[in-house]
Design a protein around this ligand. Structure first.
Ligand code: ZN
Length: 146
């Protein structure tokens, strides 16, 4: 089932955008709980995805006696494994982020200390830099890569 593997698994579904009350403290308890929920849900989805792939690879591995079929299947598997590897890294990053929330250090740019902002964090809950620093970091990364 290659179509399943191509499914976008990085989107976070099933949560309502956070509604701030007037004068609410940034990253107070309710906000931290909101993001803890999002991150846990995301992690769960990713872990299910990883489990599902492993199961379906086990099931399918035995079903192709023809070497040519097996070769293309192996290629497909290696693509899937790479995707799963990314997901595992993401899960680690989510764990790290959950720890930040617990330490009450979540939501501020680790580079310049500015508030990252709720909307950006909802779009990218593992973000640890503000847009400006992130953009700068990406430019630097590209330059190093050349
Ligand atoms: Zn910054």
């Amino acid at each position: 089932m290659p179509t399943q593997a191509k499914q976008q698994s990085q989107s976070i579904s099933g949560f309502e955008p956070y509604v701030e009350t007037a004068g609410e403290e940034y990253m107070g308890k309710p906000m931290r709980e909101h993001f803890t929920k999002i991150l846990n849900k995301w992690k769960q989805d990713l872990m299910q995805e990883v489990d599902r792939t492993v199961d379906h690879m086990k099931d399918e591995a035995a079903n192709f006696p023809d070497p040519a079929d097996r070769a293309s299947q192996e290629e497909e598997f290696s693509l899937e494994l790479r995707a799963r590897d990314r997901e595992r890294k993401l899960i680690k990053k989510i764990d790290k982020t959950l720890q930040l929330i617990e330490d009450e250090e979540y939501g501020w740019c680790e580079s310049c200390g500015v508030e990252i902002g709720i909307r950006r964090l909802e779009a990218r809950p593992t973000a640890d830099m503000c847009v400006d620093c992130k953009t700068l970091a990406e430019i630097k990364e590209k330059q190093v890569g050349k």
